[in-house]
Design a protein around this ligand. Sequence first.
Ligand SMILES: [Zn+2]
Length: 242
Amino acid sequence: MPNREVMLAKMTRREFREGIEGEKFSTAIVCVGSHEQHSEHLAMEHDIESVVHIAREAARRLYPQVVVVVPMAVGISEHHMHHKGTISARPGGWLSVLFDVVENMVRHGVKNVLIFNGHGGNTLPVMGTIDQMRYSLKYNAPGVNLQFCSYWDLIPRDFLLKHMETDVIPGHAKEFETAIALALFPENVRKEVMPGMEDQDPLLATAEKGRLYVEEAVEQTVEYLKRMMDGQIRMPELKHFP
Ligand SMILES: [Zn+2]
């Protein structure tokens, strides 16, 4: 397979089949993000591009154990719809597709699935329903481990506070996200409009800070995935009702 590929969408069916039959890809990262306004200065793809970058780097470091799936570039963003250009899914349909993707990957043979998030609006809908998915997996695919987290949750707060002027984590298009964009995709940052914006926090962002946040996020994601794979991070005890 060229370049030790980790992105499912870049693989042929043969490459994925031979991988999973050859005991590669025990674990899938399912990335979820948003397509929403990010203030006057950041591009709308910010959330999905950030989380996919971190997932891809972590998967490369764990090659050949982890495959990255990117089905959800649109997220739950009704609260951003008053800014033109935002695209938002309704929670029910969005969760239904997400859980189909998880179930599909389990059917293909992965043992661990991490739903990996880059957008705050997706958090409560997933957390409110993930146990229903876990019950279903428990009966239909015993032993499968399904987890959810946002990439910023994995970065120790002390680390971030040491390298930030503000304490808004992750915030929305503020210091944290702007620094990440400057580090990963500077073409998505309109620096020239920042001085005239009402919110001046983004001016505190630098590419150097962004590189620190991203590197720490990648390292912590690698550790989290390792702990999922070796059973230290497991599904919660699911109660049965009498
Ligand atoms: Zn964002």
